[in-house]
Write a protein that binds this ligand. Structure first.
Ligand SMILES: CC(C)(COP(=O)(O)OP(=O)(O)OC[C@H]1O[C@@H](n2cnc3c(N)ncnc32)[C@H](O)[C@@H]1OP(=O)(O)O)[C@@H](O)C(=O)NCCC(=O)NCCS
Length: 505
């Protein structure tokens, strides 16, 4: 049950004019036993004067008998509506550190709500239970501190450690950025060569897993098989719970995991095509070796670099669902394999990582640019989501999409031209039918175009994403394990009130 602000606000509110003196306002607050007065001008709210403002004034030499409220009040304060839920009032008061908020209805001041009013309705619940509901989907809730990176949705910017991820994709190799994530620094030339050599030597499948892979490959999509394979990998290599594994040991496991995941995925793909797996090569970079194992041919340098840039851009991305999953599992002290298996499961959902092949399927279905507008209008009218558009955090261009559009353009081809036309149409149609939702292409849209152009088959799009994201997940697992606290939130029970008598048949 929700409570509206009007049910607990103080009304009528105590007001004064902006020319009232501080002395008069203090006397008024004292007389009425209140902590604030709303400052009005011809019934419109122009400010709020609180005890805090009076304290600030008293710390100076001003004469309260002469000084006007206007100079010390908070002008144009945030206001609430009478029908707002108290949760809105909570967030205003707690996030902005306000103690009082005016309540305005159709321009008229109708009350004031204070922290005291809110406390009067706060439920007294057993210790240990959450007192406040988080927003559905935990949007905007901070649940951990991280130095891995962050996403600034409003600015269309994301970074790994202290570097723009887009700059890293444009200037560095995947292995260098992997080193940045795992070890905290960008390597110099010598260290870079050492690290390349170290990880290239970890690509072979362990024999037990290699033996099982053909039968696993017959039983699901590459991502399904990856889940099982990572599980087996952890057991075969004897990975211990993170709770019992030191930092160096966990880093060694994480390196092995991230190096071998591409080998697992490409082997599964080939087995599913009825072909033999292509063993990894140590003389190739991560991206070149990925394409080599997938096709058995050395890919052109432009394709290698395009795929590498895609992989760099998808290494990590804030507290997305799969990363959060990996950290929750790690917080229980479970082993690295358990955390990654959970993360792969979260990534497999179409609302997270499963979209790039669907975006291409949409392009296929649209068929030609002249059909795009009608197709998209029909889809939105049916309530369908346009795949590859919209993002929980970005309300402007997704920087990954901007960069991948540029990569796709440099690769060229008919598919890119068509995709760009569909993008323009979809953005316009979504702005028309879903105004104010700020829906633009996300990473998935041009990712599909880049991967397709570089010869990665569609059923390998999300697995390729999983391959690079494994590096990000593993980084988060290490960070969580290094400073762990069990992640255990609460849920609000909304079923029939317990305890009910148990029916006896
Ligand atoms: C990514 C995504 C799940 C984020 O969703 P979210 O933050 O939960 O956004 P919401 O579901 O609250 O959507 C807000 C509004 O925008 C609309 N919307 C969001 N994405 C949309 C899309 N791709 N196509 C059409 N409408 C969309 C919703 O219908 C909703 O409209 P409403 O206010 O009329 O109900 C969502 O944009 C989506 O489903 N996109 C398509 C799938 C995709 O590309 N996934 C890859 C993500 S990297």
């Amino acid at each position: 049950m929700t409570t509206a602000v009007e049910e607990l606000m103080s009304s009528p509110p105590v007001t004064c004019g902006a020319d009232t003196t501080l002395g008069e306002a203090t006397a008024l607050m004292d007389r009425r036993q209140i902590g604030s007065v709303v400052v009005t001008d011809r019934d419109a709210v122009v400010g709020i004067l609180t005890e805090r403002d009076l304290l600030r004034a008293s710390a100076t030499q001003v004469d309260p008998r002469r000084e006007s409220v206007r100079r010390w009040m908070t002008a144009d304060p945030d206001v609430l509506g009478p029908h707002d839920e108290v949760t809105a009032a909570w967030s205003g008061l707690t996030h902005h550190h306000y103690r009082h908020l005016p309540v305005v209805d159709g321009g008229d001041l109708v009350g004031v709500v204070s922290l005291r009013d809110l406390l009067s309705v706060a439920q007294i619940r057993p210790a240990g239970e959450a007192a406040a509901d988080g927003p559905r989907g935990l949007e905007g809730v901070v649940v951990a501190a991280t130095s891995v990176g962050d996403v600034r949705g409003q600015q269309g910017f994301f970074h790994y450690r202290q570097y723009s991820a887009v700059d890293l994709a444009s200037d560095r190799s995947l292995e260098d950025v992997w080193h940045l994530l795992f070890d905290g620094t960008l390597p110099d030339r010598r260290r870079s060569a050492e690290f390349d050599h170290e990880v290239a030597g970890l690509r072979d499948l362990p024999p037990g897993l290699a033996g099982l892979l053909p039968s696993l490959a017959a039983r699901g999509t590459p991502l399904d098989v990856l889940r099982s394979a990572v599980s087996i990998l952890g057991s075969e290599l004897g990975w211990t719970p993170t709770l019992d594994t030191g930092r160096r040991g966990l880093r060694a496991q994480a390196l092995r995991l991230a190096a071998v995941v591409p080998t697992i995925l490409t082997a599964v793909h080939r087995l599913q095509q009825g072909a033999e797996p292509v063993p990894p090569r140590q003389d190739l970079s991560y991206a070149a070796n990925y394409l080599w194992m997938l096709t058995g041919r050395e890919a052109p340098a432009a394709h290698v670099r395009a795929v590498e840039q895609y992989l760099i851009l998808t290494l990590d991305h804030g507290f997305n669902a799969s990363t959060f999953t990996a950290r929750v599992i790690t917080s229980t002290g479970a082993d690295l394999a358990a955390a990654i298996v959970g993360a792969i499961g979260a990534l497999s959902g179409p609302l997270h990582g499963g979209a790039p092949s669907r975006a291409l399927a949409m392009l296929d279905d649209i068929g030609s640019p002249d059909r795009a507008e009608a197709w998209i209008r029909r889809a939105v009218a049916r309530g369908d989501r346009i795949m590859g558009f919209g993002h929980r955090v970005y309300k402007t261009d997704d920087p990954r999409s901007v960069f991948l559009r540029h990569v796709a353009r440099s690769l060229g081809g008919d598919l890119f031209d068509f995709a760009e036309q569909v993008e323009r149409t979809a953005v316009d149609v979504l702005a028309d039918l879903k105004p104010g939702r700020e829906l633009y292409t996300n990473v998935e849209f041009f990712a599909g175009v880049v991967m397709h152009t570089c010869g990665i088959p569609r059923d390998m799009f999300t697995p390729t994403f999983a391959s690079s994201r494994t590096i990000g997940w593993a980084t988060h697992v290490m960070e969580q394990a290094a400073d762990n606290r069990l992640i255990r939130p609460a849920a609000r029970y909304v079923g029939p009130p317990p305890p009910q008598p148990v029916p006896i048949p």
